[in-house]
Write a new protein. Structure first.
Length: 113
C-alpha cells in the first residue's frame, strides 16, 4: 500500500512540474506558485505514506491537481486519471498487505522452530 501510494504521488509531482512549464506561458505568479506548492507537497507527502496523515494529505492533493485544470485544462483529465490510480493504490495495496500478512502467519505456524 505504501509503495504504490508513494509511486503514484511521486509521479504526480513530476506531472505537476510539466504542467508548470505549460502554465508559464500564459499565467501569472499566483498560478505558478500554487502549482509549485502542489508539486513540492506531492514530493513531501511521498515520505509520509507510512502514516494515515500521508494518505489524507494525498487525497486532498488529488482534489488540488484536478482543480489545477482551471490553469492548465488538460489537468482535469490527468488529475482524474491520477485520482483513479490513487484509489487503486489504496484498495489494491490494502488487499495485497492482507494477503501478505496471511502468508506470513501461515509460514510462522508451519515453522519447525
Amino acid at each position: 500500500m505504501r509503495i504504490l501510494g508513494s509511486a503514484v504521488i511521486t509521479m504526480e509531482s513530476l506531472v505537476m512540474g510539466f504542467a508548470l512549464l505549460l502554465a508559464m506561458q500564459d499565467h501569472g505568479a499566483l498560478a505558478l506558485s500554487l502549482g509549485g506548492a502542489l508539486a513540492v507537497t506531492c514530493l513531501l507527502t511521498a515520505g509520509l505514506m507510512k502514516k494515515k496523515l500521508g494518505w489524507q494529505i494525498g487525497t486532498a492533493l488529488q482534489v488540488g491537481l484536478i482543480a489545477y485544470g482551471v490553469v492548465v485544462p488538460m489537468m482535469y483529465f490527468i488529475g482524474a486519471l491520477f485520482a483513479g490510480l490513487w484509489a487503486s493504490a489504496y484498495f489494491l495495496g490494502r488487499k495485497g498487505e492482507a494477503i501478505r500478512a496471511k502468508l506470513i502467519a501461515e509460514r510462522d505456524q508451519t515453522s519447525p522452530i
